[in-house]
Design a protein around this ligand. Structure first.
Ligand code: FPP
Length: 250
């Protein structure tokens, strides 16, 4: 893989979908209404990502910390996920979008696990766009799981085995089979990473937008891409060592 991407279109975009609660509060609605509108934005943005030539879209849908929210909100989010998976799988198949998940999904409710298994299976052959839902995800738990997975892989190896290269170790992350994010977007004006893809984002560009997630549109995504296209990604090199952006490869 070329260490310095040459395309002005990010191959992999991660999104921290924030601001559902505030959107609802501004309208005097219960928080779950904000999440409900947020699901509609997930559909809009997935379609837009495909149209714009993004190959990987990773959405932070439920963090390991989110279980501590009020139980009715957690239950509401699970119902929305259930609804999304039941309603959207046919659309994902029609649009040739592969669905993946990252996170400790084995701890998700059984109905969600079953629906995820079905949707992932139904879409596993598609390659145009990979939509990854981060569910019961946290970067620190991911690191612990990767370390345990690596330890299992090398158990029994001769003592004095040299430490892994990053390329060897990264295979044990939940994202072992997909490229690192080029661009991470966070909606709602907050400027935090909130335990999202911490290792994978080592060289990602960040765009923070004040738009609340339920209001996030294709135009907001295009604006983030325009911002990204204007950045010089150096990966520790100097400007002079880098060539100019080349047109996106088909
Ligand atoms: C953050 O907004 C958002 C979440 C914790 C959940 C995101 C979930 C969705 C968009 C819906 C479910 C997704 C799928 C794929 C079906 P917040 O509640 O923290 O907003 P606030 O900071 O304004 O309170």
């Amino acid at each position: 893989m070329d260490p310095v991407p040459k395309s002005p279109i990010p191959c992999h975009v991660g999104i921290i979908m924030d601001g559902n609660g505030r959107w609802a509060k501004q309208r005097g609605l219960p928080r779950i209404e904000g999440h409900r509108r947020g699901v509609e934005t997930v559909r809009t943005v997935t379609r837009a990502a495909r149209e714009l030539g993004i190959r990987y879209l990773t959405l932070y849908a439920f963090s390991v910390e989110n279980w501590k929210r009020p139980q009715d909100e957690v239950g509401g989010l699970m119902s929305l996920l259930d609804y999304f998976l039941k309603r959207e799988t046919a659309t994902l198949v029609r649009d040739k979008v592969r669905l993946l998940t990252i996170g400790r999904t084995a701890e998700m409710p059984e109905n969600i696990r079953n629906l995820l298994a079905k949707s992932c299976k139904a879409t596993e052959s598609f390659t145009d766009l990979t939509l990854t839902l981060a569910l019961n995800y946290g970067a620190r738990t991911e690191m612990l799981d990767a370390a345990a997975s690596y330890a299992r892989a090398v158990a029994g190896s001769a003592t004095g085995t040299p430490p892994p290269t990053w390329e060897e170790f990264r295979r044990h992350l939940y994202t072992g089979d997909i490229p690192d994010p080029d661009l991470i977007i966070r909606s709602s004006g907050e400027m935090r990473v909130s335990n999202f893809l911490l290792l994978q984002a080592a060289y990602a560009e960040f765009v923070f937008t004040p738009t609340l997630w339920p209001d996030f549109s294709k135009a907001d995504l295009e604006s983030a891409l325009a911002d990204y296209a204007g950045r010089e990604r150096r990966f520790g090199l100097t400007s002079e060592q880098l060539g100019p952006w080349k047109p996106a490869k088909a």
